[in-house]
Design a protein around this ligand. Structure first.
Ligand code: NDP
Ligand code: 2IT
Length: 453
């Protein structure tokens, strides 16, 4: 793990950050996410000194509740395995804690806290009534049978259920958690509680309380945001050469929508390597490999003779005009960003959470690259989760077109909010500043109304 060097923060933000470092040792991802938000808030706090007086920052950086628990399960050979489960209920000022579950060997408290912290501002930006939370486990679903994944999910829910509820805490998917896992989790929740409480999880199947467009929402929403960011610059996606990292839920539907809007997506990846297809990725083949058969990206090059597979390496070696990082945190660092800029990059929209590190974001801004931070551009997933909760509460279901139209409107509204907020605070076009301040102000208003709680 490399030691991070943080730019100095002044005044109230500086003292708050020093306390975060002291109180949360060994949590670099959490420090990084907090630093980025605090760095943006100076201009907002200068206009609203009463927020600093009410210790809003000190309260925001401290999770309301952090749960860690043992998850024992039995593998197919009969061996007992033990994983660690997490749920961080970070801030419930705007609604039930809302945020995904990540199953990946890299999951630890720092990762869950950074994701939960980001989620507070992201969820606030949607304008819907959802607080911020996140959870998961260091369980690695890769190579596990369906039966093993089911037993793990059942054990995980056997502890977690007591902390959940449609008005309390509502998980969904994230890395390693998709429709299959949500099914097992919901099945166990229903069995333990004897309640058909559809609003307790989102990302459910369409036949049992799920919403149209939830599967596509994060990727589609990210491209809606990107298209809007280009539109205000007098540009569009037609004929643009794009690279997307990852080949999971967010990546696949970002590719689908970007292609529909005229982009040529020439490369994508998984954790083993990347593929390049200069004719444009064949989405049917990619979906078959990744969604139907849970295969590896290398198979794409076996099925598409003109494509090539590069084992290891980073997909960001491939020059592009538009970058959609949709895999994981800190996948684009300073040198990678410099390489991309040198080869003609003009726009970045983060589909993943915090995929660009602070050096990369700084270089993009300096070079005039249009940059959309994840908490704004990937908010379509959680926004559609809130739409799923609304449908569950009303015991109704909307059409695909209706739901997709609502998603489009939400993403354009978030885009406008970020731009307007950045301009009001003296930094035109800075989506990072706009997203952090707008999200913060909405949460701060509710927290102030509630008093010291
Ligand atoms: P998936 O599990 O569906 O896909 C993840 C993809 O990223 C896979 O291709 C995976 O490769 C790759 N990947 C994951 N971790 C690493 C790593 N450490 N190094 C290299 N590649 C990696 O997850 P999602 O698509 O749901 O999530 C992707 C990102 O989007 C995450 O940052 C998530 O937090 C964020 N996000 C997701 C939302 C959602 O609704 N699902 C909403 C908003 C944000 P492999 O299969 O080889 O592991
Ligand atoms: O990072 C995210 O916003 C998600 N993984 C989706 C959360 C949700 O509750 O839909």
């Amino acid at each position: 793990m490399t030691t991070q060097v943080f730019a100095d923060l002044h005044g109230h933000a500086g003292t708050t950050f020093a306390e975060v470092l002291r109180r949360n040792p060994g949590e670099p991802e959490f420090h990084q996410a907090v630093h980025e938000v605090l760095e943006s808030l100076g201009a907002a706090l200068a206009k609203r000194p009463e927020l600093a007086d009410a210790a809003l920052l000190e309260r925001l950086v401290e999770p309301e509740r952090q749960l860690m628990f043992r998850v024992p399960w039995t593998d197919d050979t009969g061996r007992v395995r033990v994983n660690r489960g997490f749920r961080v209920e970070f801030n419930g000022a705007l609604g039930p804690y809302k945020g995904g579950l990540r199953f990946h060997p890299s999951v630890n408290l720092s990762v869950v806290k950074f994701l939960g912290f980001e989620q507070i501002f992201k969820n606030a930006l949607t304008g819907l009534g959802i607080g911020g939370g996140k959870g998961g486990s260091d369980f690695d679903p890769k190579g596990r049978s369906d039966a093993e994944v089911m037993r793990f999910c059942q054990s995980f829910m056997t502890e977690l259920y007591r902390h959940l509820g449609e008005h309390t805490d509502v998980p969904a998917g994230d890395i390693g958690v998709g429709g299959r896992e949500i099914g097992y989790l919901f099945g166990q929740y229903r069995r333990i509680t004897n309640r058909y409480e559809t609003g307790v999880l989102t990302g459910k199947g369409l036949g049992w309380g799920g919403s149209h467009v939830r599967t596509e929402a994060t990727g589609y929403g990210c491209v809606y945001f990107l298209a809007e960011m280009l539109r205000v610059r007098g540009e569009d996606l037609e004929g643009r050469r794009a690279v997307v990292s990852g080949s999971g839920n967010v990546s696949i539907f970002a590719i689908e929508k970007a292609r529909e809007l005229g982009a040529l997506i020439v490369a994508c990846s998984d954790s083993s390597g990347y593929i390049v297809d200069d004719k444009g990725i064949d989405l049917e083949i990619l979906k078959d490999i990744k969604l139907n058969r849970r295969g590896r990206i290398a198979e794409y090059a076996e099925r598409v003779p003109h494509a090539r597979y590069v084992a290891g390496g980073s997909v960001w070696e491939v020059p592009c005009d538009v970058a959609l990082p949709c895999a994981t945190q800190n996948e684009i660092d300073g040198p990678t960003a410099a390489h991309l800029i040198k080869h003609g990059l003009t726009a970045v929209a983060e589909g993943a959470n915090m995929p660009c590190d602070p050096d990369a974001v700084h270089l993009f801004r300096e070079a005039g690259v249009a940059f959309a931070p994840g908490k704004a551009s990937n908010a379509g997933g959680v926004a559609t989760s809130a739409l799923e909760m609304a449908q569950n509460a009303a015991r109704t279901s909307w059409t695909f077109t209706d739901t997709d139209t609502r998603l489009g409107t939400i993403m354009r509204d978030i885009h406008a909010t970020c731009l307007e907020t950045a301009a009001e605070h003296g930094d035109e076009g800075n989506y990072v500043l706009g997203a952090n301040i707008a999200g913060f102000l909405r949460v701060a208003e509710a927290m102030t109304a509630f008093g010291v709680v």
